[in-house]
Ligand binder design. Structure first.
Ligand code: SF4
Length: 392
């Protein structure tokens, strides 16, 4: 446990035992850097061994500091976790099993890049207890994939989904990206249909988000490529809202679609504010009213000298997160419960002001009220960035 947090150990321990945690582990390595990426990841594989050893040590030390709390969801993200050797994956899994009570575990997700998996690795991961896989596919068009700097083509992406199924991953998710230069609406719909045909149970649909310094941004700034217009992007999201449910994938969050009962349990915990512990460079944690992000400087993190960015949420910050995150979910949230929470921290006037705005948006068809349940409509989901600003 970092020295800055050690003074809050008792509060953290209490929060960690109030309900099962989600445990997120960040693996910051990739074979190559995609042209749009802003995640914490490196191609310097000389750092892999020390970083993964430190990650295992961090798992053990946090488990000990929190007195082996229960964990019900595990998530190995990155970066590219499928670059780990099976031995490294086994060590990390074993560390988590030893340091935390995984008795209530309901979901263990691995992120993987289709360009880095083979059947033996997937079978090995499955044997270690990982039961859900999330494949970063992004598109099924070789030209677009090359533009994104992905290390795989469309055929390899589909093959990875097939290999994962053969290895015993009945729970498979894919990422699809919208807003790629040169991507048409018909291409996105084609890709969504093709992915649904593979029998995936979950699809995440993300808008291409360009870091200021990334190579794809430079291509666009130089006029060599053009991003689709806002209207074109909105048309794609609107078309997917219609098409994906027809394919059996119902929306349950702004960016996520799933077969009934196949929603990501780990990711849902972020939107309903259940506690999570994130370990690894740039990983985020929230336990009780404490929130922190670990250093994104990989060598410093691996040597245990990265700086921690942490805060204690005040009453307003904690309250506003409930609608800010809860309205991302299709099922929305219970406003009566929010009113009670607002009363408890003397923030009822603020809660009532939010309610007034949301009731105004309901008249425009952007928000749905059903007694005390409030949710964004399909059109509201398309405009969620603007609507959710009221809680920031
Ligand atoms: S595989 Fe993912 S984390 Fe790695 S460079 Fe590409 S987008 Fe970034």
């Amino acid at each position: 446990m970092n020295p800055e947090l050690a003074g809050h150990r008792e509060a953290l321990r209490t929060a960690a035992h109030a309900q099962p945690l989600g445990l997120y582990l960040h693996v910051p390595f990739c074979l190559d850097r995609c042209t749009y990426c802003s995640f914490t990841t490196t191609r310097d594989h000389s750092l892999q061994t020390p970083t993964i050893q430190r990650l295992s040590a961090e798992v053990e030390s946090w488990g000990a500091a929190l007195e082996r709390p229960a964990v019900d969801t595990l998530y190995l993200g990155g970066g590219t976790p499928s670059l780990l050797t099976l031995e490294e994956l086994g060590d990390l899994t074993q560390a988590a099993r030893g340091a935390f009570d995984l008795g209530p575990l309901v979901e263990a997700t691995l992120e993987a890049n289709p360009g880095t998996v083979d059947l033996a690795w997937l079978q090995g991961a499955r044997r270690l207890g990982w039961d859900r896989i999330s494949l970063g596919i992004q598109a099924l068009d070789d030209t677009l994939l090359a533009r994104l700097g992905r290390i795989h083509g469309a055929a390899q992406a589909l093959e990875a989904l097939d290999l994962a199924e053969r290895a015993g991953f009945s729970r498979r998710s894919a990422d699809l990206m919208v807003g790629i230069p040169g991507q048409s609406l018909s291409k996105v719909i084609h890709d969504a249909r093709r992915l649904a045909e593979t029998g995936i149970e979950h699809l995440s649909v993300y808008l291409l988000d360009l870091d200021k310094a990334c190579p794809l941004r430079a291509e666009i700034d130089a006029g060599r490529l053009a991003l689709p217009s806002e209207d074109e992007v909105a048309d794609v999201f609107e078309a997917l809202q219609v098409e994906l449910p027809r394919l059996g994938l119902a929306p349950y969050e702004i960016s996520n679609y799933a077969k009934p009962g196949a929603e990501s349990i780990h990711n849902t915990r972020y939107w309903i504010r259940r506690p999570y512990l994130g370990l690894g460079p740039s990983a985020a944690s929230q336990l009780g009213d404490l929130r922190w992000i670990e250093s994104a400087v990989i060598p410093a993190w691996a040597e245990g000298r990265g700086e921690l960015d942490w805060q204690i949420l005040d009453g307003l910050e904690a309250l506003s997160e409930i609608p800010l995150l809860g309205l991302r979910l299709h099922r929305g949230l219970d406003w009566a419960d929010l009113r009670h929470r607002a009363d408890a921290v003397n923030l009822r006037p603020i809660c009532d002001a939010w309610e007034g705005k949301l009731r105004g948006l309901a008249k425009e068809g952007l928000v749905l009220w059903d007694r005390d349940r409030v949710a964004l409509s399909a059109r509201g989901m398309l405009m969620s960035n603007g609507i959710l600003q009221m809680f920031v």
